[in-house]
Every structure is written in C-alpha cells, then in structure tokens.
Design a protein around this ligand. Structure first.
Ligand code: ADP
Ligand code: MG
Length: 557
C-alpha cells in the first residue's frame, strides 16, 4: 500500500479514537447528555471501514485510487454523523473541512476540488431533504432546533459552499508550493553532492601537486600527486610550515606574501629542489585562497616536477644545434672545395706549359700538393662533423673496445704515467651497428680521458650488460668538469683542451644517438669524470629513423 494511504488510515483511527475518548471524558465529568451513541456508531463504522481500506490497499496499488476511496468514505461517514446529530444544526459539520484539507494536501488541487464538491453536494442535499421534510430528522434531546427559513437555508449552504472551495484551493496552493520547493531542494542537494564529488575527484586526480595553506603558511591539505612529487605522505606534511618543505625559505615566504598582495600570483622555478636525496626541478605557483564569500582564508600552492621535461628540452636543443652544424659544414664544403678544385685544375693545366722554368714547375707542384692536402683535411673535417651513412652489421663490441684501447696504449699520446685498467666482461659480445663509428666513439672518449689527466692517472674502462642494453663506462681520475662544462659537453666547438677542436663529444653524441643509445656524464671538478655509453641490444626502429634523418640532412646540403 502507498505510504500516504497507510498514513491516512492511521491518522483517521487516531482522530476518531481521540474524539471518542474526549466525548467520554466530557460525558462523565460534566454529566451532561451528549450524542455519545452516535459517536460510538461513528467510531465503530470507522474502525470497520479501516479494515476495508486495508483490504483494498492490498489489492490496489494505485495511490490516487486508494486515497480517493478513503476520502469518499470519510465524506459519507461525516454526512451520516451530521445527519444523526441535528443535520444543519450539527456541531460536526466542520469535519468536512478536515477531509477537504487532507484531500488538498495529498492530491493537490484536483483532490481538494473533488472533496469540496463531494462535501457541498452531500451537505446541500442533506439540508434540502430535511428542510423539505423528505426524510425525518432524528430528534436530539440536547439540540434546540433552529427555525430554518428558505433564505437562511440557502445562505447557510452558500456559505459552506464558498468555505469548502476556498479551503480546498488555498490548501492545494500551499501544498503544491511546498511540494515544488522540496523538489527543488532535492535537486539542489543532489547537485551539491555531485559538485562536491567532482571537486574531490578533480583534486585527487590532477597530475599536479596541490597544497593548501593557512594564512600563516601551515599546510592544511595536500593531494596525492603532491605527496608523490615530494616523496612523502599527507600525514607528514599536514601541519608543517611551507618553509620546512623547501618551497620558500622563511624570508622568501614573507617576500612571496608581499608580492602576492600586489600581483595576485607568485611563480617560482627552482632547479635545486631537494627531494629525498635527489635534486629536482620544480615549478610552482602560489595564489591566495578565498572563501565563496571572498574572505581570505589562506593560499594554494600548485607545483610540478619539471626535471624530465627540462632534460628533454635540453636534448632537443642540442639536437637542433647539431643539425645546424651539419648544414653549416655542407655550406663550407661548397664554399671552399669548389674554388679549390678550380685552382687545382687551372694549375694542373698551367704546369703542362713548356715555358715554365724548373723552379716554377716546383712551385706549381707545391700548390697542387697543398691544395690536395687542404681538400683532404676538409673532407676529414666534414666526415667528423657529419658522420657518413651507417654501415650496419653484426660486430663484436667487446673486441672493438679492446682493439681501440690497444691502439691508444701504443699511441705516442699516452705517457708512461698513464695507466689503463680494463674490466671487459664478457670478452665477446655481438651487437648490431656500425663498428667503425663505435670505435670512433671509444677513441674520442679514451683520448679525452687522457687529455684530462695531463699529470698522469688511471683510466678504468668497464662494461655491463643487462636485459636491454650494453653499457661501457669510461672512468678517469682527471681534472673533472664544472656544471657548466658538463652541460655544454656535447655542444660543438667548445673545448678546454690545448689542441682541441671541441668536436669529439659532439660527434660521439651523434653516433650514439644514431644507434639509439645514450651518453651520460657524471663529473666533479678535481675528482675525475665518468662517461657512460649505453647501446640498445636490439636497435631496430630508432636506428632506421636516424639513418633516414642523416639522409635528409645530406640532401639539403
Ligand atoms: P676536444 O677534445 O677537442 O676539446 P671534445 O668534444 O672531445 O673536444 O671535448 C669537449 C670538452 O669537454 C673538452 O675540451 C674538455 O673541456 C671537456 N672534457 C671532455 N672529456 C673530458 C674528461 N674526461 N675530463 C674532463 N673534461 C673533459
Ligand atoms: Mg676530444
């Protein structure tokens, strides 16, 4: 049974029972004769009908029909009660209003008008029937019957008519309004819940770190991404001052707050941000946090770990510069080699002339020899700057490394106080690539190491193999490099060695790149340098792409 049909039944039972009890109390205390028999009868009929309504309710699930049946029953019972207690003189006619109000509240305007019309018809009919003596009026000892005239009768019926309808419409208006308001409230409540869930989801799932701060700079909230970036958990962070987390030093915090008041946001990029024994690059923005009412309630700090991005950016920049060098050298090739060829050709023709003295012949030969030498130097230089096409084969990288080191050990560049220590294991390992170019890399790295140890020292060369790469490590005890030198290590034409060209590392970088590998540097001034070359054990895709790129650079030249 619908819940308000059940409620109507319960309320009715309560009302009737209360009426009955009240009448009984009055009967016995005031000791006056009341129409108590009719109340007994009404109560009995109501209780009987209650059972009927419950039965109907089990059968009919429709809320409207259930309520309509009950309200019609009520109107009938009320009419009977009114009839037996003096009809137009009955004190119980107000009960119609109760039914009309109930109908309006539960079924709104239509229900209210339905109940009001029922009441008007029943009450009016009853009045007419009695007035015209069509049915007898049960005599009541306690009622002094009014002397009804026609006009008084119609006035009475008309007043009731107006009262019933007015009650129905007013109550319906109020309850419809209430209904609408509560529906709106429900919608608002749902919206609010959805908004809150969205808010929390957004905050939880954005990849940036988010911290909220009290006006004093104490952390009040940190999101999961924030914890991850800072390598900590929210319990450790909440309650601490922002200066303790490394974002602002105490004096910077005061500055930041002042700037914030003027500019609305403070942006900072810190490259030496300490996170768990590691230095990271962090970018962060501090903004004021206001409540919905616009009251300042603290600050929000949004931050990102930029370390990987910066590394990528630096690599890209370097690649760009390398490409530029490639183009530049192609330009130089045209500018120098073409006139050189013309000079050499002309001299060759002149040299055949009979008119030249032996002395002149000799000078011509010098021109030819030197221009050939110059041509070769340029060719060498260009080969360095712009490596030739890779001739990819399977080769033994461990053997290539050993041979290159043997070669260097016997070269005049190595002094007696230079030592090489080798840890090459396994002694043989096959990779795919251009063995000549890889040898060139080893040669460059080892030579740099010895040039960095002008007063002698030790170069340790070791290898390492894992699931996807082959790593070669050149570890020297030389003078090391400053931060700035390390950053510029692969840039062409930067040299600190007396007879250097600044091309060795740039070329090595290119070659390793073309093989899909990486070069890393770790160094400290005065403490030596470690250069690590990692080559992929399977090098398909990257290699092909890089070969293509070399072609395209060549094509533009
Ligand atoms: P070059 O050897 O012609 O100077 P490189 O490209 O090989 O050019 O090296 C560039 C610069 O990097 C060197 O001039 C030197 O300052 C620095 N460098 C390279 N390797 C080392 C090393 N093992 N130890 C110290 N500095 C090095
Ligand atoms: Mg070098």
């Amino acid at each position: 049974m619908p819940s308000d049909a059940r409620m109507l039944i319960a309320v009715r039972v309560v009302v009737v029972t209360t009426l009955l009890l009240a009448a009984l109390i009055i009967q016995y205390t005031v000791a006056e004769v009341l129409p108590i028999d009719y109340l007994y009868a009404t109560a009995a009929v109501t209780y009987g009908l209650t059972l009927l309504y419950i039965g109907v309710g089990q059968l009919l699930q429709s809320r409207k029909i259930n309520l309509a049946i009950q309200l019609s029953g009520d109107l009938l019972v009320e009419t009977l009660l009114v009839y037996f207690t003096g009809a137009l003189d009955s004190p119980f006619s107000f009960l119609y209003l109760v039914s009309i109000i109930t109908a309006s509240m539960m079924l709104y305007r239509r229900g209210g008008l339905f109940a009001a019309s029922g009441a008007v018809i029943l009450y009016g009919a009853l009045g007419d029937l009695i007035f015209y003596n069509l049915i007898p009026l049960p005599q009541q000892s306690w009622i002094v019957p009014t002397a009804w005239t026609t006009s008084r009768l119609y006035l009475n019926i008309a007043t009731n008519f107006a009262g019933f309808y007015a009650t129905a419409l007013l109550t319906a208006y109020i309850s419809e309004k209430l209904q609408k308001t509560s529906e709106e409230l429900d919608v608002n409540r749902q919206n609010l819940a959805a908004l809150r869930a969205l808010n929390e989801n957004v905050v939880e799932s954005i990849p940036s770190g988010l911290v909220t701060l009290s006006p004093e700079g104490i952390v009040t909230f940190v999101n999961p991404a924030g914890c991850q970036i800072l390598h900590t958990d929210s319990r450790t962070v909440i309650g601490r001052h922002i200066a303790e987390l490394g974002f602002f030093r105490t004096e910077e915090w005061e500055d930041a707050r002042r700037t914030l008041a003027a500019e609305g946001v403070v942006r900072v990029e810190k490259n030496n941000f300490r996170v768990a024994d590691d230095e990271r690059s962090l970018g962060y923005a501090l903004t004021p946090l206001n409540t919905l009412q616009g009251v300042a309630s603290g600050y929000t700090l949004i931050f990102q770990d930029l370390t990987d991005m910066k590394k990528l950016e630096a690599e890209l920049r370097l690649k760009d510069r390398m490409a530029a060098v490639g183009e530049l050298s192609a330009g130089i090739a045209h500018e120098i080699r073409n006139p050189l060829a013309a000079i050499a050709g002309s001299v060759q023709v002149l040299k055949k002339s009979e008119a030249l003295s032996p002395q002149e012949q000799r000078l011509m030969s010098i021109i030819l020899k030197e221009s050939e030498r110059l041509n070769k130097s340029i060719a060498d230089f260009l080969r360095f700057v712009r490596p030739q096409d890779k001739r990819t084969t399977e080769f033994d990288i461990a053997a290539s490394l050993s041979e290159t080191l043997d070669l260097l050990a016997n070269s005049p560049e190595l002094r007696p106080d230079h030592r090489i220590e080798r840890h090459i294991a396994p002694p043989s390992f096959t990779l795919v690539g251009d063995s000549d170019q890889i040898r060139q890399v080893f040669w460059n790295l080892a030579r740099n190491a010895f040039q960095a140890m002008p007063n002698g020292g030790l170069l340790r060369v070791s290898t390492e193999v894992d699931a996807d790469s082959y790593r070669i490590c050149f570890n020297d005890s030389g003078r090391g490099m400053s931060e700035v030198d390390q950053r510029r290590l692969f840039q062409p034409f930067r040299t600190n060695f007396p007879s250097g060209t600044g091309l060795g590392m740039a070329i090595s970088y290119r070659i390793v790149q073309a093989h899909g590998g990486e070069i890393e540097v770790a160094s400290r001034p005065g403490a030596g340098t470690m250069i690590t070359v990692s080559l992929p054990r399977r090098a398909a895709a990257t290699m092909d792409r890089n070969v293509d790129r070399t072609h395209s650079v060549r094509a533009t030249g």
